[in-house]
Ligand binder design. Structure first.
Ligand code: HEC
Length: 204
């Protein structure tokens, strides 16, 4: 009996020492998003995230059918709300994406594509705590827009160059870019006020 108590306490002591060492290493390395976290931290966080998705979502099928219109609607929504971090093509190598940890994954790849419809839907609606992934849409189920985004995420691996070009036009623009585009349009319409003197000279 005494021996068992001794072995169990020794085991507990080792676990405690391990935790303290791990925590001190984490503190020492810092919480910056610039450095890659330790493999164990990454694996643990991903496993916990997967388990935290309620089981009824895991088997949920997308109630929205995949049609060209739905893909297009999802694409427009993605181009407007998701591109800043995930990029139009879903690779995630954007200015924000590269600077945050966890980094947005390349969603064309297996890890994301192997998530079930319901898991993708749940992630979009609830976000991912301690990551840059925000929660979108209203709480409650039957969020058609989020299901359309799931349809588009499934389409990402087949995204064409033409679709990507179209998305660039749908991406949010700064006031400067809007002004620039308006000037360009006016110029093309032949509004001489915005034409440069050099161009005007050709009219003589
Ligand atoms: C501010 C940055 C940001 C924005 C905007 C954003 N995401 Fe994310 N997203 C992330 C990050 C970071 C992760 C990775 C989280 C993790 O690793 O646990 C992520 C993960 C995901 C995942 C899980 C993929 C996987 O393989 O783990 C889905 C699905 C997703 N995002 C969908 C979307 C959709 C759809 C939108 C737009 C409506 C969007 N995200 C907008 C940052 C963002």
């Amino acid at each position: 009996m005494k021996r068992i108590v001794l072995i169990v306490s020794a085991g507990l002591l080792l676990v405690v020492i391990g935790c303290v060492l791990y925590a001190s290493r984490m503190i020492h390395r810092g919480f910056s998003t610039r450095t890659e976290p330790m493999q164990m931290e990454k694996a643990l966080a991903t496993a916990i995230r997967g388990r935290a998705i309620p089981s009824r979502y895991k088997t949920m099928k997308n109630p929205v059918a995949t049609t060209p219109e739905v893909i297009h609607e999802g694409m427009a929504h993605w181009a407007d709300h998701c591109t800043a971090c995930h990029a139009n093509n879903g690779r995630g190598d954007t200015m924000y994406g590269r600077a945050m940890y966890p980094r947005p994954p390349d969603m064309r790849q297996r890890d994301s594509q192997e998530m079930s419809d319901g898991e993708l839907y749940y992630t979009i609606k609830n976000g991912v705590r301690l990551s840059g992934m925000p929660a979108f849409g209203d709480p409650g189920d039957e969020d058609v827009d989020s299901w359309k985004l799931v349809v588009f995420i499934r389409h990402l691996p087949q995204l064409t160059g033409a679709e990507e070009t179209e998305m660039q036009r749908l991406n949010p623009k700064s006031p400067d870019e809007i002004q620039e585009e308006k000037e360009e349009e006016d110029f093309l319409k032949g509004d001489t006020k915005s034409a440069t003197p050099a161009t005007k000279m050709h009219h003589h």
